[in-house]
Design a protein. Structure first.
Length: 364
């Protein structure tokens, strides 16, 4: 049964890098004429981009940006620009020669592909018959590859399974998921290389590594703090000795944690810091951490480092409330743990009652 076409509702354009007032048009022809005239004025100006949003019936839409000035000899048809973007995202335009793009294609997530298919096959402004021909040609091309390289279909299925699995992991940040896909790409690319060379056994070994990665990540799926998983430890460059069983950190908290860890790694002199207190803290932290790494047992290296840093700051006559504030503000493992500074202090002086500070020093 042929589904009815989706009529265009309107096209919205925003000039001045998306900060200008919106212009609305009822047809592609009107929008294209406006863009052509605006492009002629922009040719002598600096580069800018236009944000656009196209709405069809039944709440179908597509939005992106268009860079100007546009080469007038190329023609400026918004519907063709959108078509080319959708074809690219659907992998309907295959690069000639090299097959290296297959790794990206096999692992790409496809949450929007159904929407893209609906727009190209039913949306007003697109050549629906051209899309059907292009889709059929792409399918024939892939079937030809599967026939030429019999192991290719297995690699595709395993890669797609991993992509879907990693994208739906609970408690994991986008950074973690992107990292997993990067690791998976290495295995998939090596498997593809071996497949193209006719080395089926080697290709299966790399796909097996992908399966092992899935099993490892699945086994740790309920560890909420991604930093203390095997792959998270590699990603953030930390040790797995301490099982903190902490809550999942937000994206912003993980960025803060990474900044603090990088500050520890890059510390050479507190005089280089924008804040004396911050620079002093990371200088002390780095020295203590380096000494801790020389010891054989590092199962609680981060707590031990924080405790020793607090001791040194206190011995340097830093007020107790300031020490607690410094730890909360700069210690990497205080992120997501608002009472971390107080907890560390009470490990040193468990019987001392801490009075709340009246004010926090501006120098911190």
């Amino acid at each position: 049964m042929v589904q009815p076409s989706l009529n265009l509702v309107h096209i919205e354009l925003r000039m001045k890098n998306g900060f200008g007032r919106p212009y609305k048009f009822q047809t592609f022809g009107e929008a294209n004429q406006f863009l052509y005239n605006y492009n002629a004025q922009a040719e002598s100006a600096a580069y800018e981009h236009i944000t656009y949003r196209v709405m069809w019936e039944d709440n179908h839409s597509f939005s992106d940006i268009l860079m100007l000035p546009f080469n007038r000899g190329e023609g400026l048809l918004l519907q063709n620009i959108i078509r080319d973007i959708l074809y690219d995202r659907l992998y309907l335009v295959f690069p000639s020669g090299s097959l290296q793009w297959l790794g990206e294609y096999f692992l790409c997530t496809r949450p929007d592909h159904q929407e893209y298919d609906t727009l190209l096959s039913r949306g007003e402004g697109f050549d629906h018959e051209h899309y059907k021909r292009t889709l059929s040609a792409a399918k024939r091309y892939m079937e030809g590859l599967y026939k030429t390289y019999p192991g290719l279909r297995c690699i595709y299925k395993r890669a797609q399974r991993f992509s879907a699995f990693s994208g739906n992991l609970p408690y994991r940040s986008m950074k973690f998921k992107r990292y997993l896909l990067d690791v998976a790409k290495k295995y998939v690319r090596m498997a593809l290389d071996m497949c193209f060379l006719g080395r089926g056994r080697m290709a299966r070994e790399y796909i097996h590594k992908l399966s092992l990665l899935s099993q490892e990540v699945y086994a740790e799926r309920l560890v909420q703090d991604e930093r203390f998983t095997k792959q998270g430890a590699i990603l953030y460059g930390i040790f797995l000795g301490e099982n903190r069983a902490g809550k999942a950190l937000s994206e912003a908290e993980l960025i803060d944690f990474s900044c603090r860890i990088n500050a520890v790694r890059s510390t050479s002199s507190y005089h280089q810091s924008t804040s004396y207190a911050r620079g002093l803290f990371y200088l002390v932290y780095s020295e203590v951490f380096d000494r801790m790494l020389q010891e054989e047992k590092i199962s609680h290296i981060y707590d031990q480092t924080s405790v020793e840093v607090a001791r040194r700051l206190i011995s340097n006559n830093t007020p107790i409330c300031s020490v607690i504030e410094l730890i909360n503000r700069y210690d990497p493992f205080a992120v997501g743990r608002p009472n971390y500074g107080k907890d560390i202090f009470q490990k040193i002086y468990p019987d001392v009652v801490i009075k709340p500070s009246i004010a926090v020093q501006e120098s911190l």
